[in-house]
Write a protein that binds this ligand. Structure first.
Ligand SMILES: Nc1ncnc2c1ncn2[C@@H]1O[C@H](COP(=O)(O)OP(=O)(O)OP(=O)(O)O)[C@@H](O)[C@H]1O
Length: 347
């Protein structure tokens, strides 16, 4: 059976599948197979026209999820999933040729560092034509760039990438990936990290405009809760390779349920009050938690959690529905500990 031939057939057989459907995704890097999986039991789906944010601290597995979808994980990496489907196409079953055909055409990646994505010695137009695919010449490229307000770049396609600012280059890459190739799914990995706030806003506006115009589904990875709040419909909060909370932007920011989500929100500088610790639960609650039985089968957030119980030490919580969200916690919805917290009272 040739998966490259069978992919469209699989898609036809699945009636109105979500654009992206992921169930129980696990990824383990080769260099350390006995350690915790880099991604563990990640499940979410994405509809057309929807923007899903993935947020979490460095190393929580956000980029690994995107690379698993694109099948761009390094050799020897172990990937398994109960389901890893793009429009009903089982991605894990596609051969490299079929994946190459999907990437860049139907699924596009917006890179974190636009400057390193293009060569500084090859004219911009030539590189963008290659990225955009067959049938796109300089005139069409210039037209697309003008459509999103990048007139100056449209007139300089014979120039070089280093002649553009980081923000211009990121908008050029997003425009060419989305408008020229017309993918169905855009995976954006920290697309605004290297940009200042004004330029960041331009890039986010462009993403929203393209979503509205083309009905793209977008997965947006970001450390920045402000970016997530301005752009996304739903958010998955990642910790230690797991999604610990999956909720609408409104619910997540208005009524966070997982202690880690609460900690993330509390660490946003705008919410920081003078005299209040930036990460309230990291140090304050360490002393009583040492009394808990530690077990590799327990909750991955145990050591840092102000609400951890004996159960959390022995039984890993599953992602379960709670109100309109899904939460991976035995004790969801606890209020943020007061400045004189449990740790101090018990110490
Ligand atoms: N190529 C690799 N080989 C081995 N381990 C890796 C590799 N890439 C990532 N990891 C490990 O996998 C885990 C998840 O990394 P990942 O880059 O997905 O996290 P992230 O949330 O995207 O982090 P960041 O926000 O810093 O990009 C980390 O422990 C990381 O060290």
């Amino acid at each position: 059976m040739n998966p490259a031939v069978d992919a469209p057939e699989q898609a036809r057989q699945a009636p109105n599948p979500p654009l992206l459907d992921i169930r129980n995704l696990q990824v383990r890097y080769r260099h350390n197979p006995d350690a915790h999986a880099a991604v563990h039991d990640v499940s979410f789906s994405l509809r057309r026209g929807e923007i899903l944010g993935l947020v979490g601290e460095s190393g929580s597995g956000k980029s690994t999820v995107l690379n698993a979808v694109l099948r761009l994980l390094p050799d020897g990496c172990r990937l398994s999933a109960d389901r890893l489907e793009f429009e009903g196409i089982a991605l894990a079953e596609q051969n490299p040729e079929a994946m190459r055909a999907l990437r860049g055409r139907r699924m596009a990646l917006v890179p974190q560092r636009p400057m390193t994505s293009l060569s500084p010695v090859i004219p911009l137009g030539r590189q963008l034509r290659r990225l955009a695919g067959p049938g796109i010449d300089d005139a069409r490229l210039a037209e697309l760039l003008r459509q999103v307000g990048l007139q100056a770049v449209a007139e300089r396609l014979d120039g070089y990438s280093f002649q553009l600012s980081g923000g211009q280059l990121q908008r050029v890459l997003i425009t060419v990936s989305a408008l020229a190739a017309e993918p169905d799914l855009l995976l954006a990995d920290e697309p605004t990290t290297t940009l200042d706030t004004t330029v960041q806003a331009q890039v986010l506006r462009l993403l929203l405009e393209l979503r509205d115009r083309l009905g793209l589904g977008i997965v947006l990875v970001s450390h920045d809760l402000g970016v997530i709040a301005q752009t996304c419909d739903r958010v998955g909060v990642m910790h230690a390779g797991r999604i610990v909370e999956l909720a609408s932007v409104k619910d997540l920011f208005g009524d966070p349920q997982h202690p880690y989500t609460r900690r993330l929100l509390a660490s946003v500088p705008e919410r920081w009050e003078r005299g209040r610790p930036l990460l309230p639960d990291t140090h304050r609650h360490r002393a009583p938690l040492r009394l808990l039985p530690l077990s590799p089968t327990g909750c991955a957030y145990l050591q840092r959690c102000p609400h951890a119980s004996e159960r959390c030490g022995v039984e890993a919580p599953e992602l379960r529905p709670l109100k309109d969200a899904q939460v991976r916690c035995h004790h969801p919805g606890h209020a943020e500990p007061a400045t004189t917290g449990k740790a101090e009272e018990q110490a």
